[in-house]
Design a protein around this ligand. Structure first.
Ligand code: GUN
Ligand code: ZN
Length: 437
């Protein structure tokens, strides 16, 4: 059996850094090793111990680089790759001005395939090895994304956007066709290799009650799938939902009414929540995808991470490309830190890293599968250069410890810090060396 031993600095969590002193939740090895066999992590330890125990392993020495599990992006719109960083709008205007016109373009399967390839390339160059994606309303764009992810051996979660009102006709399905097309895509792709289907009503304003009911029915028929949607991102959106669903107690209540909350339900944003909504998200085991660059870029507001953690709500970090303004999970962690600071909480680098890996995986019901350096986990690995730019290099020369050094890369780093990506799959381990030359 072919074994590969990756050597470098390693950093792994033994518990959530939100549940204890953050640094006590992680183990750092300045000369550690990760043994990979058959696409899974087979052993962890010091480089010396692993070398002695597995002399037959093919060794890859990453030097000073930090070996981590690939980042997990809990919420992104692959279809918005080409319109990332579009100027000057708040949510509803941004959807109408930039997003919907671009999503109409993805009705062309060739264009959808081009964007899917571009999106996955950008993810990999940023060390994102698992993402949970919205496609568009057209089944062909989901097909393009799933097919490209499958051919690259990637773990990917995605679903066809269901929307049957308040959007251009060219993007609207119906309650019935949205159900039928989603079901067909689910049956074609869910649990094929590393792919999973996600039931995806876009958000309450673009679905009729009949469509939300159909989404709830589809999810109930396939409870091993996830369900994703958007919740309480902007105040204008919340007011609109109150008009559209006058009998609902609040925004979350719309989703609760149609069976769209609970374990496996992932709510994007969740910024402006009432006390009842916080309690119900927690009680029902619903997860949240925190999208900090998006929340700043579209002007949505400050997510309350401390509250989410105190209520034990599964929470993962997300780029929310293209409302989010970066493909970089490092930039996303930096934005989460800044939003934490604006809310009175300094999120520790261990917590930021956890949110971008294990936390996001847990929110996506992939605990122990990806996003973790643990024996038995899938071996999607990345390496980070701890001194990837001159400003980071000078900042870390006198770093107090690994957290001080890592924080510099979190705040100042981008795709230049990601030097290699290793994708595990059943029978081969693909490696991409991203370093210059
Ligand atoms: N709410 C509904 N659709 C979207 C979207 O595409 N992006 C963001 N950020 N919010 C949404
Ligand atoms: Zn989104």
């Amino acid at each position: 059996m072919q074994k590969t031993l990756h050597i470098g600095q390693t950093l792994r969590f033994t518990a959530s850094p939100f549940h204890m002193v953050p640094t006590d939740a992680a183990v750092h090895d300045s000369r550690g090793g990760v043994l990979v066999a058959q696409g899974k992590i087979a052993a962890l330890g010091t480089a010396g111990d692993l070398r002695a125990a597995h002399p037959d392993a093919h060794e890859v020495d990453h030097g000073e680089a930090l070996i981590l599990p690939g980042f997990v992006d809990a919420h992104a719109h692959f279809s918005q790759t080409a319109i990332i960083a579009s100027w000057g709008k708040r949510l509803i205007d941004w959807l109408n001005s930039y997003t919907f016109p671009e999503e109409i373009r993805l009705s062309d399967p060739d264009y959808a395939a081009l964007i899917a390839a571009r999106y996955l390339d950008l993810n990999l160059s940023n060390g994102i090895t698992t993402a949970c994606c919205y496609t568009t309303a057209h089944p062909s764009s989901g097909t393009a994304l799933f097919a490209q992810a499958q051919s690259r051996g990637l773990r990917l979660l995605a679903g066809k956007v269901m929307m049957d009102r308040n959007a251009p006709d060219a993007l609207c399905d119906t309650a019935q066709s949205g159900y039928d097309d989603s079901k067909a895509m689910l049956e074609r792709w869910h649990a094929q290799d590393r792919l999973r289907y996600v039931v995806t009503p876009r958000f309450a304003p673009t679905s009729t009650p009949e469509q939300l009911e159909a989404a709830g029915a589809l999810w109930a028929e396939h409870p091993d799938c996830l369900m994703q949607t958007h919740l309480s991102e902007q105040r204008e959106e919340i007011a609109w939902v109150a008009e559209l669903f006058p009998r609902a107690r609040d925004y979350l209540d719309v989703y609760e009414h149609f069976g769209l909350t609970g374990p496996g339900s992932v709510m994007g944003h969740a910024i402006h929540l009432t006390e009842r909504e916080w309690q119900r998200i927690s009680e029902t085991g619903t997860a949240i995808a925190h999208c900090p660059t998006s929340n700043a870029f579209i002007g949505s507001g400050l997510f309350n991470m401390a509250r989410a953690q105190s209520l034990a709500i599964p929470t993962g970090l997300a780029t929310d490309v293209g409302g989010g303004s970066s493909f970089s999970m490092l930039r996303t962690m930096a934005a989460a830190y800044e939003i934490g600071q604006l809310s009175g909480t300094a999120i520790h680098p261990a917590q930021l890293l956890w949110l971008a890996s294990e936390g996001a995986a847990d929110a996506l019901r992939l605990k122990g599968v990806v996003g973790t350096l643990s024996v038995g986990a899938e071996a999607d690995l990345i390496t980070l250069d701890p001194a990837s730019t001159p400003v980071i290099a000078q900042r870390v020369t006198d770093a107090r410890d690994i957290w001080d050094a890592l924080f510099a890369t979190i705040m100042l780093g981008d795709d230049r810090a990601v030097t290699s990506v290793h994708i595990a799959n059943m029978d081969k381990s693909q490696t991409t060396d991203l370093s210059d030359g």
